[in-house]
Write a protein that binds this ligand. Structure first.
Ligand code: AHR
Length: 348
């Protein structure tokens, strides 16, 4: 081989060696990038796994109370780094059943839901149990075997009804009339709160026959229904606040939305609320304002701020701790006898 061709062999060999080295470096770089990507993904999956997922089915947004209840749950979830998968059931149990089933398919860590009515939950709760997903019942109670859910958090509708009844009995203790006629606006039929508020109220007034519930009507917890019902009653009774010729002395309404609706109707029909004892439940700002303006006589509080207590229960369950069967919220009663200057803004 000549000197010239020898030189070319050396140059080509060096170039080949450089090419191999560069390719190897590129492959190594790609592998190391891939490794970083993979470990990043693994990290992401780990955080995703660590963040607790709560499937929450709310019944809708029928009142300011309900809106605050939803907000409270979202705020507390955020504070506790809990992810919520939310469903608004638009006041339909069938939508709640669908939502709960989708939470089961998604394999959330815990399910919480506000049952619109008391009955019809056994099957879906059994499915959640079989999937190993604990369920917390929020705000309203259900008729189902206690072993199908972890626990209940919310108000005691019966006690709220009793508070309303106790106010009325005290208010009328020196009233010598032998008939005090009561018109009741009831909440959603077959909901635990409506049943509890009706039964608790009756439990207190039953011992004095002068208290007579002359009419009870389902207003579905809605302001529009409260107004519509009151309009109809007034129209059917020649523009007066009467039922079949009997004067209405007391209105007991299961929530503020219906109360505000019936007040709208009284105003429209130029009937002053001052001559009727009106008792409401919830304590939204608007009804507290109506109380301080003399349009209502008593407002029983129902506390919508269930978020912090709910997140405590969710975390306890995930830590394998047992939670109480029932957790009730603290509630107060606002009356016309209060020093209004002590009232704080309600926030809803
Ligand atoms: O279940 C709680 C009740 O539901 C509240 O009193 C009412 O405002 C809501 O619709």
């Amino acid at each position: 081989m000549s000197m010239k061709s020898n030189k070319w062999v050396i140059i080509i060999s060096i170039l080949a060696a450089v090419l191999v080295a560069v390719s190897a470096a590129v492959i190594l770089l790609q592998l190391s990038n891939l490794k970083t990507d993979l470990s990043k993904d693994a990290g992401k999956q780990e955080t995703k796994k660590e963040k607790l997922i709560l499937g929450f089915s709310q019944i809708g947004s029928e009142s300011a109370w309900r809106t605050r209840n939803t907000q409270s749950i979202f705020e507390a979830a955020e504070e506790n780094n809990i992810q919520i998968i939310f469903d608004d059931a638009q006041q339909k149990q069938e939508n709640q059943l669908k939502a709960i089933r989708s939470f089961i398919v998604y394999q959330v860590d815990v399910i919480a839901f506000v049952p619109i009515v008391e009955d019809g939950w056994d099957k879906v709760l059994m499915e959640a149990k079989e999937a190993g997903i604990p369920v917390i019942i929020v705000d309203r109670q259900i008729n189902a075997s206690p072993d199908l859910y972890a626990g209940f958090l919310g108000e005691n509708g019966f006690t709220e009804g009793q508070s309303a009844g106790k106010f009325l009995v005290k208010k009328c203790e020196n009233d010598m009339r032998n008939k005090i006629n009561i018109l009741e606006f009831s909440g959603t039929e077959n909901s635990s709160v409506a049943t509890g508020r009706a039964n608790g109220f009756r439990d207190v007034i039953k011992n004095n026959p002068k208290f007579r519930i002359i009419h009870s009507v389902d207003g579905d917890f809605l302001r529009s229904r409260g107004k519509e019902i009151m309009d109809k009653i007034i129209a059917e009774n020649k523009g007066l606040l009467q039922i079949d010729g009997q004067r209405v002395d007391v209105i007991y309404s299961h929530n503020d939305s219906m109360t505000l609706g019936l007040l709208d109707s009284l105003k429209k029909n130029q009937i002053s609320p001052v001559n009727t004892i009106i008792i409401s439940i919830d304590a939204e700002q608007k009804s507290i304002d109506a109380l301080t303006q003399g349009k209502l006589n008593c407002v029983v509080e129902c506390n919508p701020n269930l978020g912090p207590a709910l997140m405590d229960l969710v975390i306890k369950i995930k830590n394998g701790e047992k939670i109480p069967r029932e957790t009730y919220t603290e509630e107060t009663v606002f009356t016309e006898d209060d020093d209004f200057s002590t009232y704080k803004p309600r926030g809803y």
